[in-house]
Design a protein around this ligand. Structure first.
Ligand SMILES: [Zn+2]
Ligand SMILES: [Zn+2]
Length: 383
């Protein structure tokens, strides 16, 4: 456990972003080498994959930890805080990496009990860089053919001692979009001689909200947020264009497809009503809905119950965040669970992605045990 805390702190102090995480990759590789494990490094990213063979035949279990940090300042005041300005491990991926390394050690020590094999997936680029997709494209599943897949995610707002998940939809999809509204620039005092894209863009923002509430079923929700608006340079100039940016989140493929199919049409029609043109682009790196296998989610909760008793909780609703683990769960039976790690004695802990995000490091012991227990658990154990 001391080793896991030390590893987590080293990664925390040296956060790396995106698909290239050379220092983190080197640290992970050195720890796996100490265990005598063979490794395969990614070609198009800093991934690390290692395999632990059990002494008995059984299923292949894929266990995943993501390793990347966020582009944001850290204001925790921790002694091992980020040493790189503008980068922070604010989503707990430092802890995920350390916990999976700790679990690897546990599993290597218990090879005799291990039926089947464990594939350790250390993944870069979860935070919007689609690292899991890159690993799949490089043949992860084709190479190892996992029968089941499990990932764990730290939460700084769930109490320490909790492990929670749910059958079915766990997390939302995420699609980023950009809408360019084009009119004709001119003098701000004579809008009649111009075609002003500003009111068109503002109407688009409010119309999107009406469209969502009138189109998407209330029990199968979606969220559309326009989070950036860029247009104009001077108060006496009507600009030629305004660019809107935002995100679409949905908890089913049906609602996601509904919004994606309506949004472009709405923007074009509203712009046209104002004499402007609108073009919508959806960014290619989208994350689908994260859906747990129902039986495997029940199995996950049963394993968690053995470790944390009543701390094994069924979540009442999905969360609207998104995960590229969703790509794996589309192809392999599996689940993701949340590990509570709220700092003790704090009334309202800072959430994941906050510049004040801190965790209770003791919770990492549960995380290590959970990863290992999932690999050691037999298929079809009673839920
Ligand atoms: Zn995150
Ligand atoms: Zn995360």
């Amino acid at each position: 456990m001391e080793d896991a805390v030390d590893t987590r702190r080293r990664i925390h102090a040296d956060p790396e972003i995106g698909l290239e995480l050379p220092h983190t990759q080197e640290l992970v590789a050195s720890k796996l080498a100490q265990l005598g494990l063979r490794m395969v490094m990614g070609r198009g990213c800093s991934s690390v994959v290692a395999v632990i063979e059990g002494d008995r035949p059984g299923p292949t279990t894929l266990l995943r930890a993501d390793m990347d940090a966020l582009e944001m300042p850290e204001d925790t005041g921790l002694e091992f805080a980020s040493r790189t300005a503008g980068r922070m491990h604010a989503c707990g991926h430092d802890a995920h990496t350390a916990m999976l390394l700790g679990a690897a050690r546990l599993l290597c020590d218990r090879r005799r009990e291990l039926a089947g094999r464990v594939v350790l997936m250390f993944q870069p680029g979860e935070e919007g860089h689609d690292g899991a997709r890159v690993m799949l494209d490089e043949g992860l599943l084709a190479e190892y053919h996992p029968d089941r897949a499990f990932a764990l995610h730290i939460s700084s707002v769930l109490p320490s001692g909790w492990i929670s998940t749910r059958p079915g939809t766990l997390m939302a999809s995420a699609d980023e979009f950009r809408v360019t509204v084009t009119g004709r620039g001119g003098h701000a005092s004579m809008p009649h001689d111009a075609t002003d894209p500003v009111p068109a863009a503002c109407t688009i923002v409010t119309s999107i909200q009406s469209m969502v509430t009138r189109t998407v079923p209330a029990f199968d929700p979606a969220v559309v947020t326009v989070s950036t608006i860029h247009g104009g340079t001077a108060t006496n100039v009507i600009p030629e264009r305004v660019v809107l940016g935002g995100t679409i989140r949905a908890v089913s493929d049906r609602s996601r497809d509904l919004v994606l199919s309506k949004l472009g049409e709405l923007c074009r029609n509203v712009a046209e009503a104002h004499g402007c043109r609108a073009e919508m682009e959806v960014q290619p790196h989208s994350y689908p809905v994260t859906v747990n296998d129902d039986d495997f989610a029940a199995h996950t909760l049963a394993v968690a119950r053995r470790l944390v008793g009543d701390g094994a909780m069924t979540m009442p609703t999905p969360v609207m965040g998104a995960e590229d683990w969703s790509h794996v769960l589309r192809q392999v039976k599996g689940s993701m669970a949340f590990l509570g790690a709220a700092p003790s004695g704090v009334a309202s802990p800072a959430p994941n992605h906050s510049n004040h995000f801190v965790i209770e490091e003791d919770a990492m012991a549960d995380g290590m045990a959970m990863y290992a227990a999932m690999a050691l658990s037999g298929d079809g154990e009673p839920a």
